[in-house]
Write a protein that binds this ligand. Sequence first.
Ligand SMILES: [Zn+2]
Length: 63
Amino acid sequence: MPIPVTCPLCGVKYQVPERLKGKNIKCKECEELISVGGASAGGALPPRRNSSKGGKASRPSQA
Ligand SMILES: [Zn+2]
């Protein structure tokens, strides 16, 4: 099963054999080295921050 890789520089897509996993191939267009089977880019999402501000500060002072 071939591994789809995309050149990070020029965006050309290749299908490389699985035996090349963990190795680098050279892009034919821009000669950039592309790592095969590496971690997919853009996988790290920023942690969700609860923006619940305490807006109940104005307490009506009933006497
Ligand atoms: Zn390229």
